[in-house]
Ligand binder design. Structure first.
Ligand code: DX5
Ligand code: ZN
Length: 227
């Protein structure tokens, strides 16, 4: 039985003038989740969207809205993103001093709680909150933009996070520069959710691009399971 690996297109690479259509398009093209990048121009040097946009795209897909909050402070906005229809709300470990409280807030809203680590942050930052987490996101680029190069050193961090997770029901997501040429290595290291923006939206061949990512991932997943 192959390990299930989920493909989550990042709509940061979509046409923002037609976001509802774009969400329906990646849904129809076979994605598993829809990854939504929220940037505030403070925690990261870019500004994207807020809860009102999450609310606007919610009716366009029944699939999981995987909301990646690159904002600081984060706690004042968690309720709004939850009420807007997010399913997974991921905060950055670096976003503030009270990660445990942020995770409790997300779970109290009935949502799945995720924690993201920027490339320099060690996985040990999560040691005491593992029981409050449903997903760990390993950034494989410095957050703030799509289309950046994958940082290969993050494969080791993915493997260490996988070991730290053990048998807990925690998803391990990798985000940034993911493409068919590194998707297999990400899965081999232990990732089971692959975020991809430019690799999915380039050339507008959404279904082919998602299938190529899934094929590269599953080829490795089956290899991993048979060993
Ligand atoms: C970057 C975002 C990523 C980004 C991925 O800060 O968190 O989700 O949109 O885009 P690609 O796959 O193009 O690196
Ligand atoms: Zn992201």
């Amino acid at each position: 039985m192959a390990k299930d690996v989920l493909i989550a297109p990042s709509i940061l690479s979509a046409d923002f003038a037609r976001l509802g259509e774009e969400v329906r398009a990646v849904d129809a093209a076979g994605c598993d989740w829809v990854h939504v990048d929220v940037m505030d121009g403070h925690f990261v040097p870019n500004i994207t969207l807020g809860p009102v946009v999450v609310k606007a795209i919610r009716p366009h897909t029944a699939k999981v809205l995987d909301v990646h909050l690159m904002i600081a402070p984060v706690d004042p906005f968690i309720a709004a993103f939850a009420e807007a229809g997010s399913d997974v709300i991921t905060v950055h470990a670096e976003a503030g001093p009270h990660l445990d409280r942020s995770l409790q807030l997300i779970r109290d809203m009935g949502k799945k709680a995720g924690v993201a680590l920027t490339p320099q942050t060690p996985e040990l930052a999560l040691g005491y909150v593992l029981d409050r987490i449903d997903l760990i996101l390993v950034m494989s680029v410095n957050p703030g933009f799509g289309g950046q190069a994958f940082i290969a050193a993050m494969l080791d961090k993915i493997a260490r996070v996988r070991a730290m997770i053990g048998s807990r029901p925690i998803r391990l997501e990798v985000d940034g520069g993911v493409a068919p040429d590194n998707a297999g290595a990400c899965v081999k290291a232990g990732a089971d959710v692959l975020v991809a923006g430019s690799a999915v939206f380039k050339g507008r061949a959404l279904r082919e691009n998602i299938s190529a990512l899934r094929a590269a991932a599953m080829a490795q997943a089956e290899g991993t399971c048979s060993r």
